[in-house]
Ligand binder design. Structure first.
Ligand SMILES: Cc1ncc(COP(=O)(O)O)c(C=O)c1O
Length: 455
């Protein structure tokens, strides 16, 4: 029978998949392969260290029957630990920051873990910091095991024993460049140690978000003040024990925009549905590969699945909120949806039979200077405060007239697929456009709504 005893047996032996369309367009000659760690049973590279740290703890007698595993995690290590805990009957408490996606938080709960959330802004060493909190919970919990992935030797060892040999064997020893991120540093340090032992000429490249300390620290020995960035799971505010930067040949800084753009491109153009840190790494891999020829072979890590980020950078609305959406994907629907996310009311309107004084009151109440006139879901006209006030100054009696007597022509109506350029052209001549979906007016877009877009 071709069966497996449990899900733990599915960890590792992930395939290398060639990148085709993106490299062809960029005229990159060197082959680039993705190490598909998103195909692990917990959908990330961190499954490898979950089992490795638990096996160590069981062997050392640190983790006993019915024990509790407590760890500080950006989610994926928690998932890797929780899978094993589910199979072997341990309890789990994970401490996350509020930067961790809701998908990873719920995933951990679904695997039976208890979750504590700490502010991402807390400084290392302070009581609110997620690592300090995890350590305290572990101390207070009887029969508990605190792996501490940032310093546990079983973290890089898992990659030395498995990730490194898999890459070496699957490329028949032809790999010339290995590109990874640095979170705890386990993946890059362990894999690099194995690869360098096999061939010291293999170049090891770390891709790190702007705002993280690793590049400056490696290049100058100085730990700079960290600044916030949006990519999850990688980069640090302080060096870690498991990040052996001496084995890393070069660190390349990558922006959030490049990371998310390339993660989104990997999904759309290669069918590799991955997280933001994979985008960071792939951005680094492309920069390196541009300088290489067909005699080289680049391998990069696909750290985790895009499913963890469906409410984040894989959502056009989230990308637009962060001013990072590609202009060609900005449609009327996306703009309308984002306004809705910001909890602004969908469409404030009047009907043609309302009185002018009611319409004015509505403008004042809601702080708008123009109103669509909508009857039975159809736009029949519009009111603009300045034009209306001019008419009222001439004839105050119009206050009691109906809107139909004073209204101007309707704002243009577009459907939700209308492009950014179409909307922009209409807004040059009109103060607002209306969006119609399934024959209902669902949104109004004003000039101000286009101003907070990236182009
Ligand atoms: C999404 C993601 N990418 C990359 C990493 C980095 O891996 P490592 O901790 O081995 O450096 C992590 C670590 O938690 C992660 O969660």
């Amino acid at each position: 029978m071709r069966t497996y005893n449990d899900v733990i047996s599915l960890i590792g032996n992930t395939p290398l998949v060639r990148i085709n369309n993106i490299t062809k367009q960029l005229k990159i000659k060197t082959p680039i392969y993705a190490k598909m760690e998103n195909l692990n049973p917990g959908y990330s590279v961190k499954d490898r260290i979950g089992i490795s740290m638990i096996n160590w703890a069981e062997k050392e007698g640190v983790l006993k029957k019915g024990g509790t595993i407590v760890e500080a995690t950006s989610g994926n290590t928690g998932i890797g630990l929780a899978l094993v805990a589910a199979v072997r009957g341990y309890k789990c408490v994970f401490v996350l920051t509020d930067k961790v996606s809701v998908e990873k938080n719920r995933y951990l709960k679904a695997l039976g873990a208890d979750i504590v959330v700490c502010p991402a802004a807390a400084k290392p060493g302070t009581p609110d910091h997620y690592v300090t909190t995890a350590r305290r919970i572990a101390e207070e919990t009887p029969n508990s095991f605190y792996p501490d992935q940032y310093s546990h030797p079983a973290n890089p060892l898992a990659h030395y024993n498995t990730t490194g040999p898999e890459i070496w064997n699957d490329t028949d020893g032809k790999i010339t460049h290995f590109v990874s991120s640095i979170g705890t540093g386990g993946t890059i340090s362990g894999t690099a140690r194995y690869l360098k032992e096999m061939n010291p000429d293999i170049r090891i490249i770390g891709a790190d978000p702007y705002g993280s300390i690793f590049k400056t620290y490696k290049d100058s020995g100085h730990v700079p003040e960290p600044t916030p960035y949006l990519v999850e799971g990688i980069g640090q505010a302080l060096p870690t024990v498991n990040a052996n930067l001496a084995i890393v040949d070069e660190i390349i800084n990558i922006t959030d925009r490049e990371s998310f753009d390339l993660a989104r491109q990997l999904s759309r153009r290669e069918g590799i549905f991955c997280g933001g840190s994979t985008g960071t790494i792939f951005a680094g891999a492309l920069k390196v590969a541009k300088e290489l020829d067909e005699n080289s072979l680049v391998v990069f890590i696909v750290c985790d699945t895009g499913e963890h980020y469906l409410t984040k950078f894989h959502s056009d609305e989230w990308m637009k909120e962060k001013l990072m959406l590609e202009p060609q994907r900005i449609t009327a629907g996306v703009i309308a949806e984002t306004k809705h996310l910001g909890n602004r009311a969908a469409v404030i309107s009047v009907s043609s039979t309302d009185t002018v004084s009611d319409a004015l009151a509505k403008m004042n109440e809601s702080g708008v200077t123009q109103l669509p006139v909508i009857d039975d879901n159809h736009s029949v006209g519009s009111l603009r405060e300045s034009g209306l006030l001019t008419k009222l100054l001439q004839n105050r009696d119009l206050m009691t007239s109906s809107v139909a007597d004073v209204m101007d022509a309707s704002f243009p109506v577009l459907d939700s697929d209308a492009t950014y350029n179409e909307i922009k052209a209409k807004l040059q001549k009109n103060p607002a456009v209306l969006i119609e979906d399934f024959k209902r007016i669902t949104a109004i877009i004003t000039r101000a709504d286009l101003l907070d877009l990236p182009s």
